[in-house]
Design a protein around this ligand. Sequence first.
Ligand SMILES: C[S@@+](CC[C@H](N)C(=O)[O-])C[C@H]1O[C@@H](n2cnc3c(N)ncnc32)[C@H](O)[C@@H]1O
Length: 394
Amino acid sequence: MLPAARLQAAIELLDEIIAAARDGGAAADTLIQRYFRTRRYAGSKDRRAVRDLVYRAIRGFGEAPASGRAAMIGLTAEDPELLPLFDGSPHGPEPIGEGEAGASATPLPAWLRTRFASTVDDTDIASLSGRAPLDIRVNLSRTTREEVLAAIPDAEPGRLSASSVRLPDGFRIEDHALWHEGHVDIQDEGSQLLVDAADPRAGTTIVDLCAGAGGKTLALWDRTGGKARIVACDTDRARLSRLAPRAARSGFTDIETRLLDPGKEAAALGDLDRGADLLFVDAPCSGTGTWRRNPEARWRLTDKRIAGFVAAQHHILEFAAPLVAPGGILLYAVCSLLAAEGEDQIANFLTSRSDFRKVDCDTIGGVASGQGYLLTPARHGTDGFFFARLERSC
Ligand SMILES: C[S@@+](CC[C@H](N)C(=O)[O-])C[C@H]1O[C@@H](n2cnc3c(N)ncnc32)[C@H](O)[C@@H]1O
């Protein structure tokens, strides 16, 4: 394909991606795969070049552009070499019309700016559309961070968490013996810091209420050397079923899993009433803190979706609170920097549950925000998170 034809392909694909984002259709990756399935003439270099153009637009425009063409014209502002490709050739885009405007680069949809926590500044917001590094968590019950650093040239110790290692660009840890032997797992340093903030202890009962595929459950196990009772719950069968094989790779045993029925969670957790010394709530959220990994999510977020997440978090906190033992800890976290999902959610919780109080965990290095803390890519080099450590009175 000639460069102009690649540009036209990117325009067509972006039109589909923009429509899918608006109508709740397939993700960009799926649409790109489908597009090339019916265009066998495109070789691997063509596909890579088109994909690169598409993702430059997705990352560059926080607000969905009016069209694929507007996006590509917008990209010419930072990449003038694209300009001559609007050449009207048989497979290329039409020449840019006089006064035809391109999309403007913005880090996020304008309506969303006021929704962020009060401590989030423009540098934090800009950092959400950067590129994310790849971090691993060292299983400290199996090896040491020094050994892992010695085995991976150019790997660096994480800045804030003692278990974290930052991999050099493009390093494939899944091909490395350390991964196959279960000595390391892929996990953003921010997620590791949440586990640091939870401070899990051996000899206690720990409930990981929104365990998903168990990323943080495994970290909780590792920190306690497997000497705590760990109950991992989720409402999503497919996600929860991925926990057991992951645990097996690391040699982590005896993790109890419970599949919860949405709306009937309390009934399945009755035996744990006042029984959790640590209740970890890694709640479902809008994911505004993980835009570096999923920039297309900015085009899909709506007021209604945010309200849905806020309601789900409220519901989870309501059935979670009774499970915390007197003197026990509820660690609440979301990978979002929106006030409604973080500081406001916890302020409301503490207003309605006077048996809980905020506990400081300044040592983690987060930015104090309401009754909790924020982690941001700009300040901490991690994904964006809000977390709060709450203690139930005895
Ligand atoms: C942020 S993800 C958890 C990620 C996971 N902790 C990890 O470290 O990989 C939120 C999880 O909450 C689960 N969830 C949603 N509603 C729930 C509910 N009512 N009770 C328990 N889990 C729920 C979702 O299925 C999802 O897996």
